[in-house]
Structures are given as structure tokens and as C-alpha cells.
Ligand binder design. Structure first.
Ligand SMILES: [Zn+2]
Length: 147
């Protein structure tokens, strides 16, 4: 039993799995997740999610879709103990600066006590929450890099 989908149904969606964002703007390759972001052809700025206007120079023409690098550095993080329904607590959210300059907010697959500032991380795909009907919500998240 699933609730009606406000944006229609996706033929590629597996039962019991839902993606956030629904457009699933990433692809997996060699165990790492590559986000599909945007690059401004005028100033070179990159962003995620993709947008039609450049945040750096204000141009609104010719934005290109680009694959962002799957690695970055943890800029800041916090451990969440009081969360909305469906989020298993505790969990960590953090700001990560990807190696190509894009700053992202996302879940980190470790406890706060295991993490340090400037921790090297990589993007992975994983469950970020579970809906009341058992549907797993899958998105991008971060995992500490062992290098
Ligand atoms: Zn620009």
C-alpha cells in the first residue's frame, strides 16, 4: 500500500524504495556516488543541485550538467538525537566541501565521536530514513575515507 504520488509514478522505481530527491541526480561508479550538478560556462562555478541561474556571476544561459567529484572534506557536523519520524537516532549531519568546491549538507555514516574536523569523506548511496509504511528513502550520504 503506497500513498498516491503527487508527481506521478516512476517506472524505474523499485518497490519499497524511494529516492530523495525523486529525480535521483546521481550515478554510481566504482562504489562511489557521482552527483549530477551544474557548471557555469561563463565563470566556471559549480553547484548542486543544478540550477538555471549561476549563484556566482548571475548569468542564466548555457548552464551545463556536470558530474561532481565523489570526494571531499568534512567542514562541520552535528549529531542529531531528536529527529523527525523515520530518522534513526542518533545520526550525524555534516557540511562537506567536495574537492571541486561545492559545499553540500548530508548525513554522515558515523557517530560524531568517530569524526574529526577536516575528515576526508566520500559520497555513497544509502538509506536516510524509513517511512511509516516501510518505504526506505535512499539518498546520497557521506562515509569516512580510509586512505
Ligand atoms: Zn557563473
Amino acid at each position: 500500500m503506497t500513498a498516491p504520488q503527487p508527481e506521478g509514478t516512476e517506472a524505474t522505481k523499485s518497490p519499497g524504495i524511494e529516492y530523495f530527491p525523486k529525480s535521483k541526480p546521481w550515478r554510481m561508479a566504482d562504489g562511489a556516488l557521482h552527483l549530477l550538478g551544474m557548471r557555469c560556462p561563463h565563470c566556471g562555478a559549480k553547484a548542486f543541485p543544478a540550477r538555471s541561474v549561476c549563484h556566482a556571476c548571475g548569468r542564466d544561459d548555457g548552464m551545463e550538467t556536470v558530474e561532481l567529484v565523489p570526494t571531499g572534506t568534512l567542514y562541520s557536523f552535528a549529531e542529531i538525537h531528536a529527529a523527525p519520524k523515520g530518522f534513526p537516532t542518533p545520526y550525524v549531519i555534516g557540511f562537506v566541501d567536495l574537492d571541486d568546491g561545492v559545499r553540500l549538507l548530508g548525513q554522515v555514516e558515523h557517530r560524531a565521536a568517530e569524526l574529526g574536523m577536516d575528515e576526508k569523506v566520500q559520497l555513497v548511496e544509502g538509506v536516510i530514513r524509513t517511512r511509516g509504511d516501510g518505504t526506505k528513502v535512499v539518498s546520497y550520504k557521506f562515509r569516512r575515507r580510509s586512505s
